[in-house]
Design a protein around this ligand. Structure first.
Ligand code: NAP
Length: 254
């Protein structure tokens, strides 16, 4: 009963975690005892971020690979499990945003958003889940969004991809639950990060956000840590296929 949120002895891979929400989640899981694998597109960025965690007294190592390239993903997961040990927790966090009106959306940018936000969840989870199934244990957390449920002008592929990640979460749960693997999603509301900097700097947008969100403010990325620790820990062992909204009440309001 006491160790419901203890991650000691667990190893967590967080994709796209050199900065932003992924980086905060890495620090949060580390603070609860997990060993951390930082991932980003380049080895240099991943290593740099891992070094910062090591300076904070945590166990961390960086692996640079592009989550959209199946060969890189396969090689990296093999290397991580051989060199570091089993991946107990996978957080599919890497994501990008592109903004154009729907009728002007360049096809190439559509493909980029779908590849990073949606296909990567399939590619990385597939490799990690195979090994989790053999061990009959694992936690997978997919970072979803308000746009898993709600549309918004100029970000059609983002919403399409995050809606798909919601259904990937449920479908993966249905196939993997009997192997004692829990697959859940965290759906953040609006958080001030590099990805949302254009919106944070837009006073009209912030004014709309304060009025639209019952909590009347931007979320702070560290406010996502509790949800990630819960969904990584024994406390959530019978929670599966669930989307946990951390949104200051936005989804509850008209
Ligand atoms: P961010 O600050 O832009 O961080 C995203 C990270 O993903 C970056 O480090 C980026 O690396 C990495 N990345 C991008 N493409 C990659 C690839 N192909 N392979 C490996 N890493 C890659 O964004 P964030 O705001 O922290 O968002 C993190 C997640 O939360 C995303 O899935 C996003 O959709 C979701 N989310 C964010 C908010 C919000 O309000 N911020 C709300 C809802 C959901 P580079 O910088 O090197 O490209």
């Amino acid at each position: 009963m006491k160790n419901l949120f203890d991650l000691s002895g667990k190893r967590a891979l967080i994709t796209g975690s050199a900065q932003g929400i992924g980086n905060l989640l890495a620090k949060g899981l580390a603070a609860h005892g997990a060993e951390i694998i930082i991932n980003d597109k380049t080895q240099a960025r991943a290593e740099q971020a891992a070094q910062l965690l090591i300076k904070m007294g945590y166990h961390a190592v960086g692996y640079g690979f592009d989550v959209t390239r199946s060969n890189e993903v396969k090689q990296a997961i093999t290397n991580i499990e051989r060199n570091e040990g089993p991946i107990d927790i996978l957080v599919n966090n890497a994501g990008i945003q592109r903004r154009y009106p729907f009728t002007e959306f360049p096809e190439e940018e559509w493909d980029n958003v779908i590849e990073v936000n949606q296909k990567s969840v399939f590619l990385v989870s597939q490799q990690v889940a195979k090994n989790m199934m053999e061990r009959r244990q694992g936690k997978i957390i997919n970072i979803c969004s308000m746009q898993s449920e709600l549309g918004r002008k100029t970000i059609t592929p983002y919403a399409a991809s995050k809606g798909a990640v919601k259904m990937l979460t449920r479908s993966m749960c249905v196939e993997l639950a009997e192997y004692n693997i829990q697959v859940n999603g965290i759906a953040p509301g609006y958080f001030a990060t590099e990805m949302t900097s254009a919106l944070v700097n837009d006073e009209t947008f912030s004014a709309w956000l304060y009025q639209r969100t019952p909590a009347a403010r931007w979320g702070k990325p560290e406010e996502l840590i509790g949800a990630a620790v819960y969904l990584s820990a024994p406390a959530s062992d019978f929670v599966n296929g669930h989307l946990l909204f951390v949104d200051g009440g936005m989804l509850a309001a008209v």
